[in-house]
Ligand binder design. Structure first.
Ligand code: FE
Ligand code: FE
Ligand code: MG
Length: 170
């Protein structure tokens, strides 16, 4: 724990650590949402999208690393058991019971929008007060925004593909 590192922060450190633990829980759920969905997925463009979803999964894990490191620097304890993932997370985990690609992508999209909300919140909480956490939150936020945009464009490509297929004459 860095004493100076926590002294310099102009906000309630406990509240911040709680917020970071929520983000940590959400990253693990997002990781598994991507990772298991990528493996089950069926439907158009699966071959192209599957490796992208696995890449996103690994980026979510990397976010978890950044968040854990920051919690420890602040003198906090990261959540220690998977049971806490559901207690802390505000984003829902949606079991991919239907493996159709559009359903899987929509589940991932919901998780991304929730993550964007989370890091936007952490960034505004720390803006001008805790530069280290602020910078981390903005770094992750930018990647979540990229993820959202990726998924939105895959969904619209699939919709377009289906429309073109429908208008074909055999
Ligand atoms: Fe993430
Ligand atoms: Fe993401
Ligand atoms: Mg991507």
């Amino acid at each position: 724990m860095g004493r100076k590192a926590t002294e310099i922060i102009g906000i309630n450190v406990e509240e911040l650590i709680k917020n970071l633990n929520c983000a940590l829980a959400e990253e693990w759920l997002a990781f598994y949402q991507y990772w298991i969905g990528a493996r089950l997925m069926v439907g158009p463009m699966r071959g192209e999208i599957e490796p992208e979803l696995l890449l996103h999964a690994s980026q979510e894990l990397n976010h978890a690393v950044l968040v854990v490191n920051r919690i420890i620097q602040l003198g906090g304890t990261p959540i220690l058991t998977p049971e806490d993932w559901f207690k802390y997370a505000n984003c829902k985990y949606e079991a991919p019971i239907d493996p159709y690609i559009e359903v899987i992508l929509q589940q991932n999209l919901d998780a991304e929008r929730c993550a964007i909300q989370r890091y936007q919140e952490i960034a505004s909480l720390t803006n001008g007060k805790d530069f280290a956490t602020y910078q981390m939150a903005v770094t992750i936020l930018n990647e979540e925004i990229e993820h959202e945009e990726d998924i939105e464009s895959w969904i619209s490509d699939i919709i377009r593909l289906k429309e073109e297929f429908k208008s074909m004459r055999f």
